[in-house]
Design a protein around this ligand. Structure first.
Ligand code: GDP
Ligand code: MG
Length: 404
């Protein structure tokens, strides 16, 4: 009798324990974050556009356990829950970019090569006791070598000659002031330098980045996204360089670092449809700015015009295109100017980004390209680091060239 009762008690306890475990198992099954049945990243139609940010929010080691897999370990290992709770998936780390204030001043050492070739070279020459024809020719050569361009060089030399003559005896300080003023005249323009990212409309500001391959478009787009995020703006990226899949990956990586969504499509897809989707996404999530990275295939002018024209048109169906930034590699000199001319004929450039000004002696290209296009340099790239992009400030630039 007692044995029977004992057996019944044991049975009840066992049933209870087992059902408890099963319930526990079911609950646990609900614990992992909502699984996404379709994580395939190549959907192209706008509504189904894969949202990169979504993927970033999902824990990387998201498990895909079946019901059987969940129940089995629970039945045999009651102490499983705490053990499983431990490997909490690390939240994707979003970086806080460096503030943009005074970046050029911080990065001025990067202009060292330009500085030695241009500013310091000129100061040294101007400080000579006798400024004879040979010296003036050397001054001219220095300017030309630094890619200032023929016409601006002649203008500058003429003004310097005149002012030095008036000055008579020259102290180093006077010469420095004089050179600073004259260089500033060459570099300064009346046009606003700020990248237009505030259009006062409901729709986001749209910035398109164009230029030849390898000049630094994608890098600049990524760095600019960081600048904007640092300034408290929300950004959506459009990977409209569909020529290589790697280009979209590269842009997406930049975006993920600062929590910006990247709209992308299949390799070889239509750049205009990506641009369209990116702006649409920007509007949907009330982003402040949409940055569109484009391909720089300069195969034919007609092809380029066709592609960029189409991107522009689809963007403008939804929101005004506020900026078209032309990215130029400062180390390519006159070649860069030729490229600039072609792009300017194809699309209405509103600002120039001069990349790779670090480690080149050709800082004078700032002057030449502004003259060439009649458009201000708005940003300069001073390295490959994520925060090596500075708003262009003529005074800080000239000061960096001449040195203290
Ligand atoms: N030193 C230096 N390298 C840069 C700068 N901007 C871009 N780059 C490098 O230039 C290369 C091409 O850049 P990328 O953005 O892929 O060019 P894209 O083909 O125009 O998109 C990369 O290795 C970049 O790191 C810069 O300001 N300074
Ligand atoms: Mg690129």
């Amino acid at each position: 009798m007692e044995i029977v009762i004992l057996a019944v008690v044991i049975a009840v306890v066992l049933v209870g324990a087992v059902s408890g475990l099963v319930v526990g198992g079911r609950r646990k099954k609900q614990l992992p974050p909502a699984e996404r049945p379709s994580a395939t990243p190549t959907i192209t139609t706008p509504p189904a556009e894969p949202r990169v940010g979504d993927e970033a929010e999902t824990p990387r080691d998201e498990s895909r356990r079946t019901i059987e897999e969940v129940d089995l370990p629970a039945a045999e290992a009651p102490e499983a829950p705490p053990a499983e709770a431990e490997p909490a998936p690390a939240a994707p780390e979003v970086e806080v970019p460096e503030p943009t204030e005074g970046r050029l001043v911080r990065l001025r050492a990067r202009l060292a090569r330009s500085q030695n070739a241009l500013g310091k070279g000129l100061l040294t020459l101007l400080s000579r006791e006798h400024l004879d024809e040979d010296t003036w020719e050397e001054i001219e050569d220095t300017l030309l070598t630094a890619d200032v361009g023929v016409v601006p060089t002649q203008e500058l030399v003429e003004r310097l000659r005149e002012r030095v003559r008036v000055l008579g005896t020259r102290t180093p300080q006077e010469l420095r002031t004089l050179l600073r003023e004259e260089l500033l005249k060459l570099v300064a323009t009346d046009a606003p330098r700020a990248v237009k990212t505030d259009n006062g409309l409901e729709t986001p500001a749209v910035v398109m980045v164009v230029g030849v391959n390898g000049t630094g478009k994608t890098t600049t787009t990524g760095k600019l996204a960081r600048v904007l995020v640092a300034d408290g703006k929300s950004v959506v990226l459009g990977a409209a360089d569909t020529f290589r899949a790697a280009a979209a990956d590269q842009l997406q990586t930049w975006g993920e670092r600062v929590g910006a969504r990247t709209v992308r499509g299949p390799e070889g897809g239509d750049p205009a449809s990506i641009a369209f989707d990116a702006v649409k996404e920007g509007i949907a999530e009330h982003a402040d700015v949409v940055l569109i990275d484009t391909a720089g295939r300069l195969h034919t002018k007609a092809g380029l015009m066709d592609e960029l024209g189409k991107v522009k048109r689809v963007v403008e169906k939804q929101a005004p295109l506020d900026e078209v930034l032309l990215v130029l590699d400062a180390t390519t000199g006159q070649n860069g100017l030729v490229q600039a001319r072609v792009f300017a004929e194809v699309v209405n450039i509103t600002g120039i980004v001069l990349t790779k000004l670090d480690g080149t002696a050709k800082g004078g290209i700032v002057v030449a390209v502004q003259r060439e296009l009649g458009v201000p340099v708005k940003l300069i790239g001073l390295g490959e680091g994520p925060d090596d992009l500075a708003p262009f400030d003529p005074e800080a630039f000239v000061d960096a060239l001449i040195g203290d």
